[in-house]
Design a protein around this ligand. Structure first.
Ligand SMILES: C[S@@+](CC[C@H](N)C(=O)[O-])C[C@H]1O[C@@H](n2cnc3c(N)ncnc32)[C@H](O)[C@@H]1O
Length: 287
């Protein structure tokens, strides 16, 4: 294929679908991982313990008390909850049943009356019918599980009046590294990771969007009170159907978990990327 004809959206699509099929179609698309209340609770707990990530994200957004923010793939509200305390309105789009349950409980617990929730995948949402007007900032933070990323970004632009801000991964994550080793043992096949920020940048570039980019490191850890708890957590990420597969997970965790006091810890390092841009005004477009 001539190099100048590479369709990066096709590459993203193919890689995302291959990644989502990793699960041998057992669990379907990536949002389904978050149908589980237990997984959602665990995510919220980790998010609260890693306040630095949330603070950094919020401090780097051009927030204004009058702004409205659209948070795509809001999860349990890691960003949506503190955002609602700083802007006039937050719309949280979240398809995962478990995530949405925790998000709604958090909205009640924090006594917030300026968050509305839309229970949909971004690709299934209709900007004109499901949202109230454009939002000043559209953010999708580690939630780009959409196979047609070009269409998803076009829709984000249609839903925004000022900024679009995406967070995604660069390089191999600790969970990819575990999967790469575990996949052949559990399922006899090769693990295919989701597409990374290199593909995303090229999709944007082909769309005529030249985003600002910021690369940063984030330490990642999961702490467990026992090996059984660690095995249960890992089992929720994979599809474990028999005792032999559970043993594979247990043996693997015995090798990789570190003892820290009375806890067992899975730790690793991730490289994350923020890509953001300001929408052109009608006047800029006509120049
Ligand atoms: C890793 S969590 C991130 C949560 C939150 N944005 C944050 O930064 O803490 C990813 C979330 O994206 C959601 N998600 C995945 N694919 C999605 C899609 N196609 N449309 C909307 N949300 C999606 C999942 O349900 C999940 O809650």
């Amino acid at each position: 294929m001539p190099l100048n004809n590479l369709d990066w959206n096709d590459i993203w699509n193919e890689m995302m679908q291959a990644n989502q099929k990793n699960d041998h179609n057992r669990r379907g698309d990536c949002a389904n991982l978050w149908d589980s209340r237990e997984n959602a609770e665990h995510f919220w707990e980790r998010s609260r313990n890693n306040k630095a990530r949330v603070d950094k994200t919020l401090n780097e957004l051009p927030l204004d008390p009058d702004y409205s923010v659209l948070d795509i793939g809001a999860g349990p509200g890691s960003l949506a909850i503190p955002l609602a305390e700083r802007v006039s309105h937050v719309t949280a789009v979240e398809p995962g049943k478990g995530m949405l349950e925790i998000l709604q409980e958090n909205i009640d617990q924090y006594g917030l009356d300026n968050i509305s929730c839309v229970k949909k995948r971004w690709e299934d949402l209709d900007v004109n019918n499901d949202l109230k007007g454009p939002h000043d900032i559209v953010i999708a933070s580690f939630s780009l599980g959409m196979p047609d990323i070009r269409e998803a970004i076009e829709k984000m632009q249609a839903a925004s009046s000022k900024y679009v801000c995406l967070y995604w991964f660069a390089g191999e994550t600790p969970w990819d590294s575990h999967s790469r080793k575990l996949w052949p043992l559990l399922y006899g096949g090769e693990y295919i990771p989701s597409p990374r920020c290199d593909v995303l940048y090229n999709v944007l570039y082909n769309m005529g969007i030249y985003p600002d980019m910021h690369v940063f490191s984030l330490e990642y850890d999961n702490s467990f009170s026992s090996m059984d708890e660690a095995v249960d957590f890992f089992k929720s990420r994979y599809t474990i159907e028999n005792q032999q597969q559970e043993e594979i997970i247990r043996n693997y965790l015995e090798e990789v978990l570190e003892k820290q006091g009375d806890r067992l810890v899975e730790s690793g390092h991730t490289t994350r990327v923020k890509l953001w841009w300001q929408l052109q005004t009608e006047e800029q477009k006509s120049r």
